[in-house]
Design a protein around this ligand. Structure first.
Ligand code: PEP
Length: 250
């Protein structure tokens, strides 16, 4: 069993606009009554300033979707952890499968991104998960353990300050969700790996992600090692995200 109190994180991906964000965030903030779980939204880097100002003083924390593995310098297009810190970013997603798949991020790069975030006082949400082919080949455990091992190797005892998100790639944006039992089985593997690496593994939330929605959230969150969710599509619809936050607040 992990932390008490669930953590629910929205991942907007490359969606939104100044106008759309204003209405989504105001709808979310006005519906937060009765929500007592931890909650955050990870917005595009260009929208951090706007979201910081709209979320100031609220119960909804600010997150980013990626961070550079480098500290500063000649890395055109990249955003550093210190830059995120300037906008009071609390969480940053690292190693999302879309970054691994479309931007060539290796386990080592992801581990260094987590390290930059930690050094800046930002909690990295480290994503791990197997592809459909790996799933069908029975390699799920081996893949997620390899991905998490790289982060442990680079970050040592600091990994007690991370968040892990198990996101089976075949479940992201597909409408296919791991069953609660499938998710729990992988979360238990990750929990054991964290336990072997730090005496403070209990404080590391392990989130599930992959087509989580208002209908399946309760079953997933009922599992002993599912400490919350990383939510893509459903986090863009205020009523859906709010009902998931409420399901996580029981
Ligand atoms: C994600 O991108 O982290 C995710 C879980 O997406 P979705 O909820 O849309 O499957």
């Amino acid at each position: 069993m992990g932390m008490s109190g669930k953590l629910m994180v929205g991942n907007w991906k490359m969606n939104g606009s100044l106008a759309a964000n204003t209405s989504l965030l105001s709808e979310l903030l006005s519906g937060m009554g009765g929500v007592n779980c931890l909650a955050a939204v990870c917005v595009p880097a260009t929208h951090l300033a706007q979201a910081q100002s709209l979320l100031a003083g609220s119960a909804l924390a600010l997150g980013a979707q990626d961070v550079s593995a480098h500290e500063s310098g000649a890395y055109t297009g990249e955003v550093s952890a210190a830059m995120l810190r300037d906008f009071a970013v609390r969480y940053v997603i690292v190693g999302h499968s879309e970054r691994r798949q479309f931007h060539g991020e290796t386990d080592t790069v992801v581990a260094h991104k987590a390290q930059r975030a930690l050094a800046a006082g930002i909690t990295p949400i480290v994503c791990v998960g197997e592809s459909l082919a790996e799933h069908e080949a029975g390699q799920t455990e081996a893949v997620v353990k390899r991905q998490l091992a790289a982060v442990i190797h680079t970050n040592g005892h600091c990994i007690s300050e991370i968040v892990v998100a198990y996101e089976p790639v075949w479940a992201i944006g597909t409408g296919l969700t791991a069953t609660p039992e499938q998710a729990q089985a992988v979360h238990a593997v990750l929990r054991a790996q964290l336990q072997a690496a730090t005496a403070h593994s209990q404080r590391v939330p392990i989130l599930y992600g992959g087509s989580m929605n208002a209908g399946n959230v309760a079953g997933l969150l009922a599992q002993p090692d599912v400490d919350g969710g990383l939510i893509g599509g459903a986090s863009l619809k205020a009523p859906d995200f709010l009902s998931m936050l409420k399901a996580a607040s029981r």
